[in-house]
Ligand binder design. Structure first.
Ligand code: DGI
Ligand code: FE
Ligand code: FE
Length: 232
């Protein structure tokens, strides 16, 4: 199936509003992929398919969780939480998408996870910041996504958590783990391995370099990591 055929099939499956949201997520994901040198075609495809299981009925979604050995705990959550992981297997079965990176980006687009791939981050954020989103953090997170993907993810997960807690919703553990992971990352300051000796001996000091480190305040206690430690 080529992209246009997939798009036509997605259009048949999704209600108009959801389809229009999907097209805006495609545009946003493509822009982010171009900016951050990700694979644009994979971003386009993952975005197009990310919500394809949103209209699936609850019983069928639950059957997928069981049949494809997805996390059985998903059954304790509202269908909102299931449509991503279910789509991760559905797109292979119904659209022949076997690419693991695309499947993961689709599967994790709702609650994220620790150490996401660049494609996962892009789909996660594109879904949160497509221009017609109605939440009050659109402007802030869109601006941050322009220079720091990880910080934009931390903020979007934080606001989702606050919203869910405020509404007495159950938090799926991946969302919380995702928050902790990107929150800790935010309190790391990186330096080059070759400068290690000088920094440890106090001969050289680490300085704030750009906007992505502008949130550090006087007196913050940070974890110092070399770029080699920081695999993401
Ligand atoms: O499918 P979309 O509406 O485009 O966006 P989405 O896939 O990010 O789904 C968002 C919804 O999922 C939103 O209403 C919050 C909900 N959600 C995300 N994580 C959790 C969650 N709901 C519960 N109960 N628990 C979670 O951990
Ligand atoms: Fe979704
Ligand atoms: Fe979506």
């Amino acid at each position: 199936m080529n992209f246009n055929e997939i798009q036509e099939k997605v259009k048949q499956i999704l209600p108009t509003k959801r389809y229009e949201h999907t097209l805006r997520v495609v545009d946003t994901a493509v822009k982010l992929a171009e900016k951050y040198n990700a694979n644009v075609e994979k971003a386009r495809l993952a975005a197009l398919l990310h919500d394809v299981c949103k209209p699936m009925d609850e019983v069928e979604m639950k059957k997928y969780v069981i049949k494809y050995n997805l996390d059985i705990k998903l059954l304790d959550y509202p269908t909102e939480v299931l449509h991503g992981p279910v789509a991760g297997v559905y797109i292979e079965k119904e659209f022949g998408i076997a690419d693991e990176e695309i499947k993961l980006a689709v599967a994790n687009h709702t609650f994220g996870r620790t150490n996401m791939s660049l494609l996962e981050k892009i789909i996660f954020l594109a879904d949160y910041i497509e221009p017609a989103r109605k939440h009050p953090h659109l402007k802030e997170v869109t601006e941050v996504a322009d220079f720091d993907l990880d910080e934009a993810i931390r903020l979007s997960v934080k606001y989702t958590l606050v919203y869910l807690i405020d509404n007495d919703e159950r938090i799926y553990p991946s969302l919380l783990k995702c928050y902790n992971y990107y929150n800790i990352k935010n309190y790391q300051v990186g330096f080059k391995e070759k400068n290690k000796e000088k920094i440890l001996s106090g001969e050289k000091i680490i300085t704030i370099r750009n906007k992505s480190e502008a949130h550090f305040k006087k007196g913050d206690i940070l974890e110092a990591v070399t770029y080699d430690d920081n695999t993401n």
